[in-house]
Design a protein around this ligand. Structure first.
Ligand code: SF4
Length: 294
């Protein structure tokens, strides 16, 4: 079968660095034990299982503060998604040793929203509800930002005349570039005075652009990644909406259904920024050896 290996795909530098930080911590005998990761270090089950084999405990829960409540001693690692200042403060109050694996691109957004609010702005922060990254960013500026996912969320915000004077948009790093533009345009129409700062990271953007261009002409796009990975789910959407190619998401080769390949000649393959490359390689190898109709 013909396989279009979409490039770039897979691990971004933020994920590579975060994993390096956790692996180094696991090897460092001087660090207080146990070592916990507050939430999934990256949204990928396979990567988490590997770290668990090194003695690192991943804790999960509805939000970072609730997860932290479970920890009484040892070392806590904050994930690439970033955490709010309150989470850091609580960890310090508890005497926990803290390691911050926040991606520098996420830190840029934390710094930006703090800076904007210090200058008197109210912020429409475009992001995914329930995702850890918005939780961390919104926690920088409580009471000075609204989390926006759709146009309806913009309509639901009631601003004071003072807030309306100075408005700004900031965004989560892993959103769909095209969806974000739509919401930004809506905000601009309603509040033309709004200043726009789109913080979608370069890694997310290039992976989405690659799917939009390179998947064209394929019969199917297979996106390898975890269901909780926002950038993985956006790649599915980009294939369907921009390249016009139906797409499926699988965690690994075991989830690939042969019935999807029936009658297909060209299949495009990509992977989310948190997908280990060996998982994607296994899918590509399988498809390259696959004989349609065999
Ligand atoms: Fe950083 Fe972007 Fe990777 Fe997220 S997707 S870890 S923001 S480089």
């Amino acid at each position: 079968m013909e396989v279009i290996k979409i490039s770039p795909r897979g691990y971004c530098y933020g994920v590579v660095d975060a994993l390096k930080i956790v692996r180094q911590a696991a090897k460092d005998a001087a660090l207080p034990r146990p070592i916990y990761v507050i939430g999934q270090i990256i949204h990928n089950r396979h990567a988490i299982e590997e770290l668990s084999g090194m003695g690192v405990i991943t804790l999960d829960g509805p939000d970072r503060l609730t997860i932290l409540e479970q920890v009484k001693e040892g070392t806590v690692i904050f994930t690439a998604h970033g955490v709010s200042p309150l989470v850091k403060q609580r960890a310090q109050e508890r005497g926990l040793h803290c390691i911050d694996a926040t991606c520098p691109d996420v830190t840029v957004t934390h710094d930006l929203v703090r800076d904007l609010v210090a200058k008197g702005y109210y912020i429409f922060y475009i992001g995914k509800k329930g995702h850890p990254e918005p939780e961390g960013v919104m926690g920088e500026v409580p009471g000075h930002a609204s989390l926006i996912e759709t146009e309806a969320d913009v309509d639901a915000v009631t601003l004071t005349p003072e807030q309306e004077k100075k408005l700004a948009v900031s965004t989560q790093t892993t959103l769909s570039w095209w969806d974000t533009q739509r919401v930004v345009q809506y905000i601009k129409q309603r509040y033309p005075q709004t200043e726009i700062f789109v913080d979608i990271c370069r890694a997310t953007q290039t992976r989405q652009e690659a799917v939009a261009e390179q998947a064209q002409g394929a019969d199917l796009t297979i996106v390898v990644g975890d269901p909780r990975s926002n950038n993985t789910n956006r790649l599915v959407q980009v294939s369907e909406e921009l390249a016009g190619v139906p797409a499926v998401r699988i965690e690994d080769l075991s989830q690939l259904k042969e019935e999807w390949l029936k009658g297909k000649k060209r299949v495009a393959v990509t992977a989310g920024a948190s997908t280990p490359s060996q998982l994607t390689r296994a899918v590509i190898r399988f498809l390259e050896d696959y004989q349609p109709g065999a």
